[in-house]
Design a protein around this ligand. Structure first.
Ligand SMILES: [Zn+2]
Length: 430
């Protein structure tokens, strides 16, 4: 087994407490100067066609030093480095024909700091400015401490920006992990859908469907939001309605969905930790493509699809796989839920359509070999099949051959929120 090391990076955002006017003024001066240097350096590099950071620094450093003698010199280095990175990535976009403008434009920026410009302590962060060090109290959160205490190291550079009177600090945690080489003795295909995640285990020929019912949650929140809006706007109007905003804030849709995602990822890791995982390659903006393709979808369906966070689940699963150094591969997902995983011919749906309010089995059948199973299991099986075709070149992936069409299937439902609470028995009145 060849050992390979890979560096994982995770950015954590820390926000400050509201800062005093004086501090905001000092910091926003640095922020503005940094932006000016960034724009000017970028323009210079573009018109002279230089991308090398070191080269430009030699030419431009003096100029900026004289222009802004009061800002710490490291900010000039960082801004020039920033400019060179921006130009490089812009050129890459140009090459692929994805650039929307004919030259790089600086719309937003954050201030880059090397290890000389910021110091983290347990109370907060100190940032170097033209008026000396500025102390900024930070709100440390659970996620930060989790990384801090579990073997991740803090990168020496950070970035910050100002939002109103608060400072947002972007720190990066790094960790080296060993990449296990892909093993082909046990392969798991994971098919991610709006309402469920299905895992198919290759040599065992078993499938597990974990039902999340996310579409139900999204729709439930949409209806509740509409009701609240109707109720309060009738009384006080929509604009500047404090009561409306307060009651909308009580709906914690994002938190609930995040909890579900994390729970789901934990469950999946437990199942797949002894093998190689095959996931589908998600195309960019794939939800928009689904919406474009299906003209019957109306407003609420579009909202549901956009909010279903398939991409979020996909991202979290791949992140967790990396952290647990479980090898994973991405395969193209076209036709994975419409072709027979055994003989490759077209499947015919027997029952059920995509359900708006929750998951239901959708049985598909193959007219050629007689294979019958749920659409999501078919999807997961096809992912494994595609992977095996890619590496081994054999079409039938089932161990017992095409004659045994039986795939063992378990279905479980994720419980969350109120449902997860133990049900209290109503006291009996006597
Ligand atoms: Zn078939």
């Amino acid at each position: 087994m060849n050992k390979q090391l890979k560096t994982l990076e995770r950015t954590v955002i820390l926000t400050s407490l509201p800062l005093t006017k004086a501090k905001v003024e000092v910091l926003s001066y640095i922020y503005r100067v940094y932006g000016k240097i960034l724009v000017e350096a970028l323009e210079y590099m573009r018109s002279n066609n230089i991308t090398s950071w070191v080269k430009v620094k030699k030419i431009l450093y003096r100029r900026f030093r004289e222009k802004y003698p009061d800002v710490p010199s490291h900010y000039i280095h960082e801004a020039i480095r920033d400019a060179s990175q921006r130009l490089k990535s812009f050129k890459k976009l140009m090459k692929r024909g994805l650039a929307r403008t004919d030259k790089p434009i600086v719309r937003r920026w954050s201030v880059g700091c090397d290890n000389q410009l910021w110091k983290l302590s347990f109370e907060g962060v100190r940032i170097a400015t033209h008026k000396g060090w500025v102390n900024i109290p930070l709100r440390f959160h659970k996620l930060f401490w989790r990384y801090y205490n579990s073997g991740w190291t803090l990168r020496s550079s950070a970035r910050w920006k100002l939002v109103g009177s608060k400072l947002y600090l972007y720190v990066v945690f790094m960790r080296n992990i060993e990449v296990r080489s892909v093993c082909s003795t046990r392969i798991y295909g994971i098919d991610i859908n709006e309402n469920n995640v299905t895992i198919y285990c290759f040599p065992k020929n078993k499938a597990i469907t974990i039902i999340t019912n996310l579409s139900k949650i999204v729709l439930g929140y949409a209806y509740r939001r509409a009701r609240i809006q109707q109720k309060w706007s009738k009384l006080f109007g929509v604009k500047d309605n404090r009561r409306l905003r307060a009651s909308l804030r009580k709906l914690k849709e994002r938190n609930l969905k995040r909890d579900i995602r994390f729970k789901l990822a934990r469950k999946i890791i437990k199942i797949v930790k002894d093998g190689t995982v095959v996931l589908e390659k998600l195309p960019k903006r794939f939800q928009d493509k689904v919406i474009e393709k299906d003209k019957r979808l109306n407003g609420l369906d579009i909202h549901r699809l956009k909010q279903s966070s398939i991409r979020g689940i996909h991202k979290l699963i791949t992140e967790k796989l990396e952290e647990h150094s479980i090898p994973h591969v991405l395969v193209n997902s076209s036709h994975t839920s419409s072709l027979c995983p055994i003989c490759g011919s077209k499947l015919v749906p027997m029952t059920g359509h995509a359900q708006r309010n929750g998951w239901k089995p959708r049985i598909m059948t193959c007219s050629r070999c007689g294979f019958i199973h749920d659409r999501d299991v078919v999807g997961a099986m096809n992912l494994v099949r595609k992977y095996l075709l890619d590496v081994g070149g054999y079409a039938v992936c089932l161990p017992k051959g095409a004659h045994d069409l039986h795939v063992e299937w378990f279905v479980t439902t994720m419980r969350h929120g109120v449902e997860a609470q133990p049900v209290l028995v109503r006291p009996i009145m006597t």
